[in-house]
Design a protein around this ligand. Structure first.
Ligand code: FAD
Ligand code: EPU
Length: 350
């Protein structure tokens, strides 16, 4: 085994997953340099182990102990790396390219870009986790998604042992989706991500709740920092802080149904929350569906549904992955029985 790989055996993962589930890993390595990934592959014992890539652990559910090697991505660094002219993010004035290491904290990176005078990431302030995981499910909030300002990323390809660059097309971004959540993206370790932030910034206030928050503060022409502050205020009101109560954010994706199914549901439930999609489908609010089934604030064992947001499942203290799964299955069954809509889980199950 290479001497500079500090492997911790039988490692508790409790402090590195925001659900606070007490599972253990056979081995754990904090990855601070890209070269460590090649060293892992060069070691026959480590290379043969199942691998789990871990960032901030804010979108995973540990369903049991992990009998393999956890690679905790902690590669640091953030920098302005250049300019582009006439790309999608900045046709009027071009954009500034900013790059961060996979292990950088996402919210810290957003605040750093704002301190450089660059807007573009402010609607996604306070999303937990790392920069490296941000493309995995194409994180999004308050009317923006990572794909809107994405430029490229670097992956370490476990199959070849080489680094390569992927552009947005190669990442196949969708709603809470990308190539990295599918079989052909397995074995790709994201080591850094580059964003193209517009020189000519204008606020994105298409999300009604955000526009109302700023209007309430009488901010007619907010700065990017003020938009970020408003997003942070909304999120602090609505979502549980994982440091206080374990959770993984939205537990289910918002389902997209056909316009016909939406019309039939609306006839029976006039208050149904729905938003038309570009392809003609209708996105429903999973939180509303779960709320209507009476789940808000309820618990099954030590797993519960958050009192202020029915889309968020929480750890009421010592919950196991099995308890969280049992609650999720019960909710899915109720929503299917009442509305005929299948809810797909959002976090990654390990
Ligand atoms: P992890 O949970 O550590 O990993 C997630 C997945 O990515 C795993 O499959 C892991 O193997 C893989 N992975 C991690 N790092 C890498 C890497 N470097 N290379 C390859 N694969 C990797 N999400 C949103 O989109 N919008 C929100 O508004 C939002 N709000 C949230 C609020 C709360 C309170 C919480 C707890 C979560 C929220 N989330 C939200 C979900 C979560 O914050 C994001 O999915 C985030 O990007 C996960 O980052 P992470 O570093 O914690 O990833
Ligand atoms: N609603 C209810 N009851 C509830 C929860 C929600 O009726 O208990 C209704 C709300 O009143 C609102 C609608 O459902 O009309 C949507 O709720 P909200 O605005 O809170 O957003 P969401 O759809 O629940 C999504 C994302 C969040 C993101 C917010 C803001 C998904 C799965 N979730 O939540 O992302 O922060 O919008 O953009 O798309 C995450 O992915 O982990 C996450 C937190």
């Amino acid at each position: 085994m290479p001497t500079d790989l500090v492997i911790s055996p039988d490692f508790s993962l409790r402090s590195v997953n925001t659900f606070g589930i007490d599972a253990r890993a056979r081995a754990y390595l904090k990855v601070t340099q890209v070269g460590q990934l090649a060293q892992v592959l060069a070691d026959p014992v480590l290379a043969a182990m199942p691998r789990l890539l871990l960032g901030g652990g804010s979108n995973i559910v540990l369903t049991g102990d992990f009998d393999g090697l956890v690679l905790h991505m902690a590669i640091a660094g953030r920098a302005l790396v250049g300019d582009t002219v006439g790309d999608t993010a900045g046709e009027d004035g071009g954009s500034v390219l900013v790059r961060a290491g996979a292990g950088e904290n996402w919210h810290g990176f957003v605040q750093w870009t704002l301190a450089q005078g660059l807007g573009g990431l402010e609607n996604m302030a306070l999303i937990p986790g790392t920069v490296g995981a941000s493309p995995i499910q194409n994180i999004g909030a308050y009317g923006a998604e990572v794909k809107d300002v994405f430029h490229a990323l670097t992956v370490f390809d476990v199959a070849s042992g080489a680094l390569r660059t992927m552009d947005a097309a190669a990442c196949r971004f969708g709603y809470r989706d990308s190539v990295f959540k599918h079989a052909d993206g397995a074995g790709l370790v994201i080591v850094d991500v580059t964003f193209a932030l517009p020189r000519a910034w204008t606020p994105n206030l298409k999300y009604a709740e955000l526009a109302q928050e700023l209007a309430a503060s009488a901010l007619a022409a907010p700065s990017a920092q003020q938009v970020s502050d408003a997003v942070v205020a909304i999120r602090r009101r609505k979502l549980p802080d994982p440091a206080q109560i374990g959770n993984a954010g939205s537990f289910f994706k918002n389902p997209v149904v056909s316009s016909e199914q939406c019309a039939a549901l609306l006839a029976a439930h006039p208050a149904l929350v729905h938003h038309k999609q570009a392809d003609g489908g209708e996105k429903l609010a999973a939180g509303w569906l779960i709320d209507q089934c009476g789940w808000k604030g309820r618990s099954l064992g030590a797993a519960g549904v958050y009192e202020k947001q029915a889309l968020v499942l929480v750890n009421r203290g010592g919950a196991s992955g099995a308890e969280v799964l049992a609650l999720a299955r019960a909710i899915q069954a109720d929503v299917l029985a009442r509305f005929g809509v299948s809810l797909e889980t959002e976090p990654v199950f390990v």
